[in-house]
Design a protein around this ligand. Structure first.
Ligand code: NAD
Length: 461
């Protein structure tokens, strides 16, 4: 705790100087961060393979190169993001000049989870640096290899008074959450999100909460089933289903269930099998035994409640591998349909009319993602009748890849958003600044009030 307090005090002090940091200085830090990552790519890939058996290509696409994209985008746009934005005066502020300044929030805390342990720690850091913040990083203890590499790279290359990475378990998070950070950027479960928000409330710190939940894929009659099946297989089984925006379950017209399960099996074989066997060189493992057992229990309980295994259902405890699994006839009351699955198990839920499917989505917590498959008119209608953090139409996951789109949840799936300008904004305070003009008419409304003034005011408004 003593060390944490010292670090925090040093960052507090530094954050005041940091307010003056120029776009060029911040870009320099981002370039340095990119160089450090590039020089150590192999180490990072190795750690990701150790923690999650991430194939190098997948780790590059979804973690390391994803972050390069964020860095490059920030470097390209930072000068314009930092420029005060002009806004017009209205009648009440006539003749004044009005601007929005983006000032650094100050000292920020970034807490990240284990499923994309590199991207989810470093991408918010990119935004924190861009916005001129100091940052304390707390990676997940459940992905120890990646956390170790990251803390070494950060702590060997940055001044701790500016950026520091503190490894450790929940007790470190708890100790950090006692401090009056200016902003807390938390990525993880909804349950811990509530703890973080409660801690932030004690100091009235602002928060960005990137949380989880059950993201449905709603397939309508007009969908191209072949293409849909291939995309669902990819989005669901990437990182062995441990992706916050993975389709959690599928909603599908009843008469299409058998055909769709066959298509899912066909594409699972195409993407994830070789010689009739699961190809583990392209398929991740479950993070730890606790989650492996949680997923096994969820599946067994669902089967006990009447669910049928369409295919898959192999649980290999020796290397924490669960084969891509599809279940039908799953009870909505089962754990599998009550909690976020966060593993390679896909319930296919049938509906008889679209109204019921929309009602089912609306009865539940607002999801982080809602995927819609079908023609664009139906998609527009479903978008207007539901609420979700983000949506991709005839696609999965890809909305996260465009930094021009804000990424985040709503309600139980999160608060605030990240990536690109939205990430920069999360770590900035939008400060209103009004410059009075030389021709200053404000004294007209000062007391004592002249007769007839109210009448004049009434006319104006
Ligand atoms: P986790 O267990 O690694 O926890 C995340 C962080 O919170 C860790 O650093 C951990 O030390 C800390 N933590 C855990 N318990 C705490 C407590 N009681 N008090 C303070 N800090 C605590 O990861 P997780 O929560 O299992 O992550 C998986 C969840 O994250 C899923 O729900 C997933 O959907 C969600 N997620 C969301 C996003 C997103 O962008 N919205 C991205 C990835 C994961």
């Amino acid at each position: 705790m003593e060390h944490i307090n010292e670090v925090f005090a040093a960052q507090r002090k530094r954050s005041i100087q940091q307010r003056l940091s120029s776009a060029a200085e911040r870009k320099g830090k981002l370039e340095k961060l990119k160089r450090i990552i590039q020089t150590n790519e192999e180490l990072i890939f190795k750690a990701l393979a150790e923690d999650l058996r991430k194939p190098v290509f997948e780790a590059a696409l979804t973690e390391v190169y994803f972050v390069y994209g964020e860095i490059d985008f920030a470097i390209k746009n930072l000068s314009s993001w930092m420029k005060p934005k002009r806004v017009s005066p209205t009648l009440a502020s006539a003749l004044t000049r009005n601007r929005i300044y983006y000032e650094p929030k100050g000292v920020s805390l970034i807490i990240s989870p284990w499923n994309y342990p590199f991207q989810l720690l470093i991408s918010p850091l990119v935004s924190a640096i861009a916005a001129g913040n100091c940052a304390v990083l707390k990676p997940s203890e459940l992905s120890p290899a990646t956390s170790k590499v990251l803390s070494r790279l950060i702590n060997e290359n940055f001044d701790p008074a500016e950026i520091i990475c503190l490894e450790g378990d929940v007790t470190i998070s708890q100790a950090l959450l006692k401090l009056p950070f200016d902003h807390i950027f938390y990525t993880g479960s909804t349950q811990v999100g509530k703890i973080v928000m409660e801690a932030a409330a004690k100091h009235l710190a602002s928060v960005t909460l990137e949380l989880g939940g059950k993201s449905p894929a709603l397939i309508t009659e007009s969908a191209n089933l072949e293409r849909t099946a291939e995309k669902i297989v990819w989005g669901k089984f990437l990182n062995a289903g441990q992706t916050c925006i993975a389709p959690d379950y599928v909603l599908l017209p009843e008469h299409q269930v058998n055909q769709f399960v066959d298509l899912l099996q066909h594409y699972t074989q195409k993407l994830y099998q070789q010689g009739g066997k699961l190809n583990k060189s392209v398929y991740g493992k479950i993070i730890n035994e606790r989650h492996f057992n949680r997923l096994k229990n969820l599946t067994e309980n669902a089967v006990a409640q009447g669910a049928k295994i369409g295919f898959g259902g192999d649980f290999e405890s020796s290397d924490l591998t669960i084969s891509p699994t599809v279940l039908t006839n799953v009870s909505l009351e089962s754990g599998l349909m009550q909690e976020e699955i966060f593993g390679p198990i896909l319930p296919v839920i049938s509906y008889t009319n679209l109204e019921d499917a929309i009602a089912l989505i609306n009865e539940r917590d607002k999801p982080l993602a809602l995927y819609i498959f079908g023609n664009e008119n139906i998609a527009e209608e479903i978008i207007s009748r539901t609420s979700a953090g983000g949506t991709a139409v005839n696609e999965v996951l890809m909305h996260i890849s465009n930094p021009n789109l804000p990424f985040g949840g709503i309600g139980p799936s999160g608060t605030g958003s990240c990536h690109g300008f939205y990430g920069f904004k999360a770590f900035s305070h939008e400060r209103s600044v009004l410059f009075q003009s030389k021709i200053d008419m404000s004294s007209l409304v000062y007391p004592p009030f002249k007769t007839g003034l109210l009448k004049w005011l009434k006319k104006l408004f």
